[in-house]
Design a protein around this ligand. Structure first.
Ligand SMILES: *[C@@H]1O[C@H](CO)[C@@H](O)[C@H](O)[C@H]1NC(C)=O
Ligand SMILES: *[C@@H]1O[C@H](CO)[C@@H](O)[C@H](O)[C@H]1NC(C)=O
Ligand SMILES: *[C@@H]1O[C@H](CO)[C@@H](O)[C@H](O)[C@H]1NC(C)=O
Length: 214
């Protein structure tokens, strides 16, 4: 009995280190939605989505903190201007604190496929390629504090974007304010795939896409 318990404890510690992953999730946050519920220190007037993270996923749950590899800014030096624009923190003054956190928590779990430079480059490339603002504008979905958008239509507008062509996951808070659009990618990041979970916004018939302060 004691021995079995010990085995489980041992396995629990071992698990994060041997964990692999099945696919990637690119989480893009809508600052006005996020900041409506939590106090943001910057980017509160931003009119584009920003990257929250690129997360290796399993069928159920996700591996995290897979190795103790630390982010080395020298290795991603040429990406820093792009990251400062597109992967800027809402809660930390210093963006590199956010990048380090995301790398340690998530990036270390895909380092055997994507090294530090490839990981950050992929997130930037796929955010730009997806062009969420373009997808929504073309579907006539604009940020508004008064309009309620049909949730299925919102999701379909993203799926309908030729560069994406895959079902996104929509995350809401409070409970119908859109906070994130998450796009799923095959494990090496080369193409989008349907996300296995539609996200909690789909529990409600409508979603609010809040307008940044003017
Ligand atoms: C960061 O990477 C550079 C370039 O490869 C290397 O020279 C430096 O030693 C690394 N720094 C750390 C703390 O590992
Ligand atoms: C990515 O994975 C897909 C599916 O396994 C494969 O067809 C493709 O060649 C891979 N691309 C790269 C650049 O590794
Ligand atoms: C829309 O609502 C959000 C959240 O309450 C607020 O921060 C923002 O200033 C509002 N936008 C406009 C244009 O009033």
């Amino acid at each position: 009995m004691k021995y079995t318990a010990l085995c489980y404890v041992f396995l629990l510690f071992l698990l994060p280190y041997v964990a692999s992953y099945r696919y990637l999730k690119l989480a893009l946050q809508w600052p006005t939605g996020v900041c409506a519920n939590r106090k943001c220190v910057k980017n509160t007037h931003r009119t584009d989505f920003g990257i929250h993270g690129l997360w290796p996923q399993n069928r159920i749950g996700y591996p995290f903190k897979c190795t103790n590899s630390a982010l080395n800014l020298t290795l991603i030096n040429n990406l820093i201007p792009g990251l400062t624009t597109s992967w800027s923190s809402l809660f930390f003054q210093q963006d590199s604190v956010f990048w380090s956190h995301e790398w340690s928590e998530h990036g270390t779990c895909s380092e055997h496929v994507l090294d530090q430079h490839a990981y950050f480059q992929l997130a930037l490339n796929m955010k730009n390629f997806a062009d969420l603002p373009g997808a929504l504008t073309r579907a006539n979905i604009r940020p508004s504090n008064t309009t309620l958008y049909n949730t299925a239509r919102f999701s379909a507008a993203i799926k309908g974007q030729i560069s994406i062509n895959a079902t996104p996951e929509l995350t809401c808070a409070n409970p119908t304010v859109l906070t994130e659009v998450r796009l799923c990618l095959i494990y090496n990041g080369t193409s989008f795939i349907n996300c296995p979970y539609a996200g909690n916004c789909l529990r409600n018939p409508t979603v609010r896409f809040l307008q940044p302060p003017t």
